[in-house]
Design a protein around this ligand. Structure first.
Ligand code: ADP
Ligand code: MG
Length: 360
């Protein structure tokens, strides 16, 4: 482990993505209840005003098409320097989290963040492939009711029964375990890790897992609103020496970093005591603990172990990583209460300062 100088973008960035009224809301006669300041990353709702790093969408925010370049490209570039990263889409069900992250099934006019990340990764790999040997691995899991399930399990393409039967996978496999190595690296035991060498292969992983998640949701009441879906890309790099052999004897320049692309559970459950979502609650507490410098100096611990979600993201949230939270909100007045909750939650995230450490 080696520390490198703090660079400006080593902290949590919070962006808001405002979605327009959908047909249903228009038919119900909904009005806008959110105002976005033109040219400023500010959102007003009722008497509340919030400032974020970026605000995208609505007619007055930045164009959503610039979100990728401004928020995500630095994370992709950071991966090549050995920095872990996490992108979190937060918001109530229907606010646009899945739309923002992407499933691989989008039509021509909109591309989600995950497919754009995959494109950018392969472009960069292509331009560096003569100097560096790359290995890419992908996993795609879902956390439902504090259990980790494999969305890429080849033996369980339709895992809809898994959710209702609880502990054991349809395939007979036990739920996936989260492990921590002695150097603090978090791994998943028992999940499918696919090694990919082409854009087509990685796209197929996203599509397969998205389909598996969607199929599961027909069985239960919109299960995807209760679960967190995490698409993880791990990038390993090894320099190629002059004679074409890899420089793995020295091992000095070996870098490994991962990017988690997270479509979180619907936030509307976070405040209802009966259906409290442990992950969102813990994520909020972790984020606030990381952001509170005074508390951290006093040695207060960061409560990563309070949920599977925060445990899984432990080495990629705070410490050695870059994080972007995209708070998804709707303009519609029927969602005003949830929108205000989302903006408050996202506002808590803005104080985190990560200490950048490069994995070597
Ligand atoms: P969530 O995943 O948060 O439940 P979705 O991503 O499924 O929400 O979005 C709900 C609906 O709103 C979908 O029909 C989606 O196509 C639409 N939608 C979401 N965000 C936008 C946006 N920025 N622009 C246009 N339509 C959107
Ligand atoms: Mg969704």
């Amino acid at each position: 482990m080696e520390t490198t100088p703090v660079s400006e973008d080593c902290c949590v960035k919070v962006a808001v993505h405002v979605r327009p009224l959908i047909v249903d809301e228009k038919l119900q006669g909904c009005n806008d209840c959110v105002t976005v300041s033109p040219g400023k990353p500010q959102v007003q709702i009722g008497t509340h005003s919030f400032t974020f790093d970026h605000v995208y969408g609505s007619t007055t925010g930045s164009p959503a098409s610039s979100m990728f370049d401004e928020c995500i490209v630095p994370l992709v570039n950071g991966l090549f320097q050995g920095y872990n990263a996490t992108v979190l889409a937060y918001g109530q069900t229907g606010s646009g989290k899945t739309y923002t992250m992407g499933t691989g099934f989008e039509d021509g006019c909109h591309i989600g963040i995950t497919p754009q990340v995959m494109n950018a990764l392969f472009n960069k790999i292509d331009s560096l492939k003569h100097q560096i040997q790359f290995q890419l691995h992908v996993s795609f899991i879902e956390i439902l009711k504090e259990e980790v399930h494999d969305l890429l399990d080849p033996t369980s393409p339709n895992k809809s029964d898994t959710a209702s039967t609880g502990k054991v996978h349809v395939s007979g496999k036990p739920p996936i375990q989260i492990r921590e190595s002695s150097n603090g690296v978090i791994t998943l035991a028992g999940s499918t890790e696919v090694s990919v060498t082409t854009l087509k292969e990685i796209e197929a992983c996203l599509e397969q897992g998205s389909l598996s998640r969607a199929t599961g949701s027909t069985n239960m009441n919109n299960q995807s609103s209760l679960s967190h879906a995490i698409f993880t890309i791990t990038l390993e790099q090894m320099p190629i020496t002059g004679d074409g052999s890899t420089n793995d004897v020295m091992n000095e320049e070996y870098l490994c970093a991962k990017l988690h692309l997270v479509d979180l559970a619907g936030s509307e459950r976070a405040k209802r005591r009966v259906h409290i979502n442990k992950g969102l609650l813990a994520l909020g507490n972790v984020i606030s603990a990381l952001g509170d410098e005074k508390k951290r100096k006093e040695g207060n611990h960061v409560p990563y172990r309070d949920s599977k979600l925060t445990r899984l993201l432990q080495d990629s949230l705070g410490g050695n990583s870059r994080t972007v939270m995209i708070a998804c909100i709707s303009l519609a007045d029927i969602n005003a209460e949830e929108t205000l909750n989302t903006l408050k939650y996202a506002n808590r995230a803005r104080n985190i300062q990560n200490k950048p450490v490069v994995n070597r």
